[in-house]
Ligand binder design. Structure first.
Ligand code: SAM
Length: 460
């Protein structure tokens, strides 16, 4: 079976470099489905490698792998442990673009503007230094929930999740070193994965998407520093949403396009925009092992901008008392790098230095859904640990744990009662293949399961 591609789409692609009609159609056979994952470098993944049926490495991204077949990820406890992220292979090329255009070893402020469900954000975070931070933003409120969940599972302390409209970022003029705009688009690049989406495609929608992309970019560009890098991507094949956006960006903003070195064997197609001759990178499914994708990078060239100088109000975090500090510090991994423990109402947060310095500025400008790691809640000087702590590298290895086999681990994730005799009384981490899944509390005659209710597996 093959996806029936709209004739108007096919004829609009005819003159584009790299487009080959027959091969393109043949690649849209549903049987050509490809599954790929990206391992979490913050979580040991030798075990993941053996648990998944890995076929080969993705040529342009280390830690990215194709699988021989698509397993039920829901029924893999390591998926819930955040040990890997299921991500389409072409879009992992963002990693190479970041490496070639950005000073990744430095302390950077990065924005992923259109972030849900979190594929690009978790990839970006894995390439940043620990003294950098990422704001992972999603404008649509209902989609922030899944973004937040994926960011929590990823376990990094240097991500802030926000729920703002692109124009809200104008409160942070000249602030970011890197802005990634993985724009909402007409979606033709994903037709093989989602053949139903073909019914919603039209030339009118392509042109509406193109206008919306321009609006989003105009709104966000003031937040990019002079010399900062803008990375723009879509999962559309249409020139109006890709190369033409590059031309529009250079015509209307102080930006220069950046070239990326690509290896011949990657089979990525470099295109040059019609007017400004700015480079872009196309992924055609008949040429690469992945779905349709487009990406381009730009540097902001205006030299007139001053640095961001908003007067930050003081942050609402408080310091911990001596007693609170000594009760909380036993939960913290001494090797986790420097994190600051702070309190907001009864909740305790671990913030890396990079976020501590910027927190007040971000709080004054944006609607924050998550910042750093919320490690728990103080109740009468005792801390009830949170799921975020279980998922993060901040968790102390000294906390007692129990290792479960797959069926028991799935039972835990279904929020069922688990049998765990001989556990230490009190808080324990539940692990599967060495990866923490969450907390339980072992009482005299029962065990309480603290896996988040809203995340429990419903699948039998
Ligand atoms: N970057 C994500 C990832 O890798 O997982 C995928 C992002 S998806 C291509 C585009 C996102 O833009 C969606 O989450 C959508 O909700 C969001 N979006 C829709 N309209 C928007 C707008 N007007 N401004 C900013 N983002 C928008």
């Amino acid at each position: 079976m093959e996806t029936h591609l709209p004739t108007a789409l096919l004829s609009s692609l005819h003159s584009l470099k790299g487009f080959e009609h027959d091969a393109f159609i043949a690649a849209h056979k549903i049987s050509n489905q490809i599954t790929s994952v990206r391992f979490n470098p913050n979580k040991k993944f030798n075990v993941v490698h053996s648990a998944l049926d890995v076929s080969e490495e993705i040529p342009w991204f280390e830690n990215g792998f194709y699988l021989n077949k698509r397993p039920s990820f829901t029924l893999d406890p390591l998926f819930h442990a955040g040990a890997y992220y299921v991500q389409e292979a072409s879009s992992m090329f963002l990693g190479e673009v970041l490496k070639q255009t950005c000073p990744l070893g430095h302390s950077l402020k990065v924005l992923d503007l259109c972030a849900a469900p979190g594929g690009k954000s978790t990839l970006i975070q894995s390439l940043l230094s620990s003294d950098s931070f990422l704001i992972s933003n999603e404008v649509i409120k209902s989609r922030v929930t899944i973004l937040n969940e994926n960011v929590i599972k990823w376990g990094a302390a240097n991500i802030v999740v926000t729920n703002n409209d692109p124009k809200d970022f104008q409160r942070l003029q000249n602030y970011f070193d890197i802005i990634v705009v993985d724009a909402p688009c007409s979606g033709s690049g994903l037709f093989r994965k989602d053949p139903e989406a073909v019914n919603e495609w039209s030339m009118d929608n392509v042109s509406l998407c193109s206008q919306r992309q321009q609006r989003i970019l105009s709104d966000i560009l003031p937040a990019l520093k002079s010399n900062g890098i803008l990375i723009y991507s879509t999962c559309s094949y249409s020139e109006d949403e890709n190369e033409a956006i590059g031309d529009w960006l250079i015509d209307n903003h102080d930006l220069e396009g950046l070239g990326i070195n690509i290896k011949d064997e990657w089979n990525i197609t470099e295109t040059i925009s019609a007017k400004q001759k700015t480079p872009g990178y196309r992924f055609y499914p008949d040429k690469v092992k992945g779905e349709g994708f487009f990406i381009s990078a730009f540097r902001k060239t205006n030299k007139l901008n001053s640095n961001h100088t908003s007067k930050a109000k003081s942050s609402s975090f408080e310091k911990l008392t001596q007693t609170e500090f000594s009760n909380v510090s036993k939960w913290i991994n001494k090797d986790a790098g420097s994190v600051n423990l702070l309190k907001w109402k009864d909740d305790i947060f671990a913030l890396p230095n990079s976020l501590l310095q910027e927190y007040a500025t971000i709080q004054n400008s944006l609607y924050i859904k998550k910042i750093g790691v919320n490690i728990g809640t103080m109740i009468r000087n005792e801390m009830i640990p949170s799921h975020q702590l279980a998922m993060s590298h901040i968790l102390s290895p000294e906390i007692p744990f129990i290792d479960l086999e797959k069926e028991s681990a799935l039972n835990y994730l279904r929020l069922n009662t688990i049998n765990a005799e001989n556990t230490d009384k009190g808080w324990n981490i539940v692990r599967f293949s060495e990866r923490p899944l969450g907390f339980i509390k072992s009482l005299q005659n029962r065990i309480n399961n603290y896996y988040p209710k809203e995340w429990r597996i419903l699948h039998k």
